[in-house]
Design a protein around this ligand. Sequence first.
Ligand SMILES: [Zn+2]
Length: 167
Amino acid sequence: MRADGEIQAEVRQALARVEDPELPVGIADLGMVRGVTVAAGAVAVELVPTFLACPALWLVESEVLRQVTAVPGVTGCQVTWLPGGWSGADVTDAGRRALAGVGLAVPADDGAASCPFCGSAELTVTSPFGSAVCRTAAYCPSCRSPVEVLKSKRQPGRAEMPRRNRS
Ligand SMILES: [Zn+2]
């Protein structure tokens, strides 16, 4: 049997390969991975949803299960979604750069977002709904670019639990 610590390191690498189905960035760089524990080969992964209404959470979960159970020595994997708690501040610098590359701004904890192209903080929200439910459409007057802002919430609570049966 492999040592749990060795398995855990490989599980972390496997998680880094899981991409958000709607964003060009991995779930680790999005700050969605909160905990990885391994006990005698059984893996428990704790994730937070970036936004409760993202209908793709079950896709993330199935990809996590697929990648983690492929790690040698893993006997099983349990995914737990923590209620809310994600904010734009959890996105890594690498994740931020990848999102800026496709015109997506990541808001700070106070909800303020700056233009991913020119850095201007004067964004005008044009619609509460962007091309996906987890984005807000906005416009940057200083470089005249349409941008999208990731929705970010910091209030935990039952209402933020993802609906796993949603299709
Ligand atoms: Zn701009």
